[in-house]
Design a protein around this ligand. Sequence first.
Ligand code: GLC
Length: 558
Amino acid sequence: MTTVETATPADARPSDTGSEWWRTAVIYQIYPRSFSDSSGDGIGDLPGVTAHLDDLQSLGVDAIWLSPFQRSPQKDAGYDVADYCDVDPLFGTLADFDRMLAEAHARSIRIIVDLVPNHSSDQHVWFQEALAAAPGSPERARYMFRDGKGENGEEAPNNWESVFGGPAWTRVTEPDGTAGQWYLHLFDSSQPDFDWSNDEVREEFRRILRFWLDRGVDGFRVDVAHGLVKQEGLPDYTPAADGGSMGGDEAAVPYWGQPGVHDIYRDWHELLAEYDGDRALCAEAWLPTIAKTAMWVRSDEMHQAFNFVFLETKWDAAALRLVIDESLRAYGEVGAPSTWVLSNHDVVRHASRLALTADIPQGFGVGPNTVGKPDTALGLRRARAASALMLALPGSAYVYQGEELGLPEVIELPDEARQDPTWFRTNGEKYGRDGCRVPLPWTAEGPGYGFNDTGASWLPQPAEWASLARDVQQGDPASTLSLYETLLAERRARGLGAGALEWVDGGSADVVSFRNAGVHVLTNLGSTPVDLPAGTVIAASEPLDGRVLPPDTTVWLA
Ligand code: GLC
């Protein structure tokens, strides 16, 4: 057994420079179509969210981020927006939204909505107008229309590939019936990219921001925040075959992280600052380094950016220490909090990901034929340890619905159930993201495990959902739900979000060990137990047998 000793704390750093709520908040991501379905049609909705706000309050979250519920043909589960200022009838009405917001605020829970500015749906009135208008018209100038190459314009304007697979360009038929121009879509062909060099686009998004701010939302999660501006001349680019689909691994991509995006966020920063209540912007920006991501949260730009480098870090003590250190340094240098995130609706749930035995890049997904499938028990054990580590860090943390139940990725989804455009656009070569989007189990008994009262479900729920249901876990001190409740309550009571991290040296190289706000946190990533240092156990990701910390376990000591 190795012994962990408490050494002199090194380089304490404050995580924040102000008291705004988003610097320390735990933000719970709701994926509305899979959260709770009040209408019984198999797709979750806003009244379903309102019905469970008490559960979220008792879990102890500070805010909710809602994935898109705006009007949409649902070609990419709502990330294809046809009307930015209305609720899709699938999810309810604007009145349902207002009720949900008021009920959340009454419980001191803030609401962040998703904003999708890189592209609209092809059913958006602007895109329909663009199709009906001539090449070179102001209607086409709101999107990225270009003439094709080749004698008759029959070749795409460049070689870019869609994130979901296949070409990033689609050729239109002109109103007179002839084969015409091409439009750019970094995602599905139903998601045409806006042209952000166009002032009309900029003005329209200011209007959309105000629409939701006036309704009282506390902020926005900005979808594909690194994609809005494309490199001048749209040069050819071929991504690495084994890279993550959103560009996180790669430097110098002509459609990701172009310098011009920062002007847009400076403009939005000023607009939000006109409102009271510290409204916030959070960037979904997949960038190759933490240093680059930190540029999105300079003091006059966004307030937060997802820390995807942390999410993608392997289950390895040295790698975790490094990413935590770099995050606190790089974000600290620009006066921003770091965010911490382990799961969301685009990645393999961390209760499965942390036990994969092969590298699977973001966006590929895991399915029946994947090589390197995880061991379920090991995955859950590591997920609980990882979450207990994450929730002890200073800054703001994101929790994806279902991770508080320890839900794994659903790997054995039948082919015919799959709905992610990635699956279709790669002809089944990549499974995509459906496995992390299966509707939540609320009750062990009853139709749809309490997701609704009809049993309809847009993705089939596996039989194991019964034993993971919320009602089974509630009140069971050994459950993952109880663990999250304890971690969130202690985090809040002891001010960990606003604390300063100090590394504790001197123990096993396989143990991540630090102090924050008087709490000593240890995670054992090795394969042998280590002795625990002094201190009262206030939380542990596994039951402890005496004063030892077993493998794949996190403990909080006070
Ligand atoms: C973001 C969303 C993802 C969506 C894509 C296109 O990455 O998180 O779900 O498919 O953008 O909007």
